[in-house]
Design a binder for this molecule. Structure first.
Ligand SMILES: C[S@@+](CC[C@H](N)C(=O)[O-])C[C@H]1O[C@@H](n2cnc3c(N)ncnc32)[C@H](O)[C@@H]1O
Length: 300
């Protein structure tokens, strides 16, 4: 997960699979300092990884999630593609006791397979709306290879699923008098003073990593609006990290909300209907989603 991602790739409509692959080193500090993210993953790993488990992490970054897993696992294979991070993770893991069972591997999650069956696969290549980073694409291809070459019984995935929702909002885009309707990321667990919700969010897709997964998201739907000026859509990404077997407790974590401005604000009276459609590919660019959005008001 990355908060606001100043990634040069996002300005291109290049949808090759490596879009979003390289997250600059300093963002890993940012990810390490998010107690919300770290706490949720630590809890989910504690619930999921059992004593003696064999664990694979795809996209290990600093190695922190593999290190959480190593507290109970017998063996952790931690795969990272960015060579700078492999060097950094190696250094960091050496600083931390309890890393002995972690094997750090410089390889591509799109092609790597562990040498033997694993119980759990951890993968945090999560980006708002499942754009940019390659979580769905990587896991989809991993499952195919794993079934063909290792076992017909798949490991458990952490996260287990993601629920995607969209909401029509009025967003404040005036900054000290300067009008700038611009893409934004919003911390999910904070008050949102700049946002007025004009309708309840609607789920447009959910993905269960253990099942067949589509890499395409296509949605058409309607919102019944409160009075206001609809000038943006807010995309909500709720990751179900794990459902614990004993008490069905769900550990979840939201990516930052993605707020995309509409090309023109639409003035709405209470009860007006907003007709919305969009489509995009998992792992695709932000502009791909933004350019596909169609929103019109339909008066009942
Ligand atoms: C959002 S970061 C998460 C890092 C770490 N797991 C954590 O939670 O702090 C995603 C990581 O996946 C790595 N990555 C992206 N694509 C990859 C690929 N195809 N193969 C291996 N690693 C990849 C990135 O370099 C990055 O370190």
């Amino acid at each position: 997960m990355v908060f606001a991602v100043p990634n040069i790739h996002e300005t291109q409509d290049n949808d090759d699979r490596y879009l979003g692959q390289f997250i600059p080193l300093h963002y890993h500090h940012h990810m390490l300092t998010s107690e919300y993210r770290m706490g949720a993953f630590k809890t989910a790993i504690e619930h999921t990884v059992f004593s003696g488990a064999k664990v694979l992490e795809l996209g290990g970054g600093s190695g922190v999630l593999s290190w959480f897993a190593a507290a109970k696992a017998e063996k952790v294979w931690c795969v990272e593609y960015n060579p700078d991070l492999v060097i950094e993770a190696r250094r960091l893991l050496q600083l931390n006791t309890g890393s002995d069972c972690i094997e750090l591997i410089h390889d591509d999650a799109f092609s790597y397979l562990p040498p033997e069956p694993v119980d759990i696969v951890i993968c945090e290549m999560l980006h708002p709306a499942m754009l940019v980073e390659k979580q769905i694409n990587v896991i989809k291809q991993f499952k195919e290879r794993y079934r063909q070459q290792i076992s017909s019984t798949l490991p458990r995935f952490l996260p287990e699923a993601v629920v995607l929702a969209v909401q029509s909002i009025q967003q404040n885009y005036v900054f000290m008098g300067f009008h700038a309707p611009i893409i934004a990321f919003q911390i999910p667990i904070a008050p949102h003073m700049d946002t007025t919700e004009l309708a309840a969010p609607q789920v447009y897709s959910s993905v269960d990593y253990s099942k067949e997964m589509s890499e395409k998201f296509t949605w058409e739907g309607q919102f019944i609006l409160e009075a206001g000026s609809v000038n943006a859509l807010r995309f909500i990404t709720k990751n179900i990290l794990c459902i614990s077997g004993t008490d069905n407790e769900i550990t979840e974590w939201h990516n930052p909300h993605l707020i995309l401005p509409l090309t023109e604000p639409l003035d709405a009276k209470a009860g007006d209907i907003l007709q919305v459609s969009f489509n995009y590919s998992a792992g695709g660019s932000l502009s791909q989603l933004q350019n596909s959005i169609k929103a019109t008001i339909v008066r009942p």
